[in-house]
Design a protein around this ligand. Structure first.
Ligand SMILES: C[S@@+](CC[C@H](N)C(=O)[O-])C[C@H]1O[C@@H](n2cnc3c(N)ncnc32)[C@H](O)[C@@H]1O
Length: 330
């Protein structure tokens, strides 16, 4: 008979031991701010010209443009968007949604910048239903892939598209975890070891093929841009190393908090062993180790005719997915 331990272990392996493996406390908020600053350096102004032009044309028709950010955390993207739109004299509604409300900024900041925040789980279709009454001209998502399991991509994208107006723009910016680049891996063996642990949630997410096919299947005029922290100057590269050092700490602390099933799952015998690897990893980062972060931006326009049924994408996407599983990943 299965014991509670067996069941816990089973749950740990099948559900990757946590729905979201990064933290949500004050330090996590600080890291997200750092990551957001690094991203701004890499990608430039948060709203590409195509989005600004679209919002301007909505405003010219006498409507207040509506923009939302899903998985917004402390809302850095929205505050940057507000600053940019202010310069462009566009007065848009800006709404942020996240499953972890504790990350939201203080009320005074929300009021001062006229940005609203609400609780929402990207995987729960029912959370999107009330938002369909007043759809958005732009739906934006950034850095959410660690919260999307292999079978959840279609549903997550479909939910986002369900609240986008026809002709509206969907944009998703994502770190390509499978393409992270450690410079000089022979020298920085601790970072390499940390990186090679079985952080399954980080390894399993085929961000690039998934988002590329979902954008191509559901949107028009799709563009894809690539960025990497390698192109930043020395100062920002050092900050990127700090970002990776802090992210490693978050992963380790979460695993230690969950306990034995998570420690075993990443392939180690004890929490102490994991904490020692973290200590050495942070030392490597302090001594100059560099782990570069590639980021892609996918952008596309929702066709005027195809939406509104609330149906999950079928046909081509599903078939491609089944073939991919059979041929490459079984
Ligand atoms: C890496 S952070 C990125 C935050 C923000 N987009 C940014 O770029 O600064 C991931 C965010 O996704 C949120 N999140 C995790 N699971 C989620 C879910 N199922 N639905 C909505 N948000 C989720 C987390 O709370 C966190 O704020």
């Amino acid at each position: 008979m299965a014991t509670t331990d067996d069941i816990q272990r089973e749950e740990a392996t099948t559900k990757d031991y946590a729905e979201y493996t990064l933290a949500t406390g004050i330090e996590a908020g600080q890291r997200l701010e750092l990551q957001s600053n690094i991203t701004r350096q890499m990608l430039g102004r948060v709203l590409p010209q195509q989005i600004v032009s679209h919002l301007r044309s909505v405003a010219k028709k006498g409507h207040r443009p509506r923009v939302c950010d899903i998985g917004t955390g402390p809302g850095h993207w929205l505050f940057d968007a507000r600053a940019q739109l202010r310069e462009d004299d566009i007065n848009a509604v800006l709404d942020g949604y996240d499953i972890h409300q504790e990350l939201f900024p203080p009320e005074e900041k929300r009021k001062a910048e006229d940005v609203s925040f609400g609780e929402l789980n990207i995987h729960q279709q029912e959370h999107f239903i009330p938002l369909m009454k007043s759809k958005y001209d732009v739906v934006h998502v950034r850095y959410l892939s660690v919260a999307v399991g292999p079978d959840q991509w279609d549903g997550a994208v479909e939910n986002c598209l369900s609240i986008l107006k026809p002709g509206g723009i969907f944009v998703w910016e994502e770190i390509l975890l499978e393409k992270m680049e450690l410079i000089d891996p022979e020298k920085w063996t601790n970072v390499l070891r940390m990186f090679k642990l079985n952080w399954s949630i980080l390894r399993r997410n085929d961000v690039e093929p998934k988002l590329t096919s979902l954008f191509n299947d559901n949107l028009e005029g799709v563009t894809q841009e690539n960025f990497i922290t390698k192109d930043l100057n020395e100062k920002w590269q050092r900050l990127q190393a700090l970002n990776m050092s802090m992210a490693s700490k978050e992963l380790v602390e979460k695993a230690v908090e969950i306990g034995e099933p998570a420690i075993k799952f990443v392939g180690l015998d004890s929490a102490e062993e994991l904490q020692e690897i973290l200590r050495l990893t942070q030392q490597d980062f302090n001594n100059g180790a560099m782990l570069h972060m590639p980021v892609n931006r996918w952008m596309g326009v929702l066709p005027s005719s195809s939406r509104g049924s609330g149906k999950r994408p079928e046909g081509k996407t599903k078939l491609t997915e089944s073939f991919r599983r059979w041929f490459c990943c079984k």
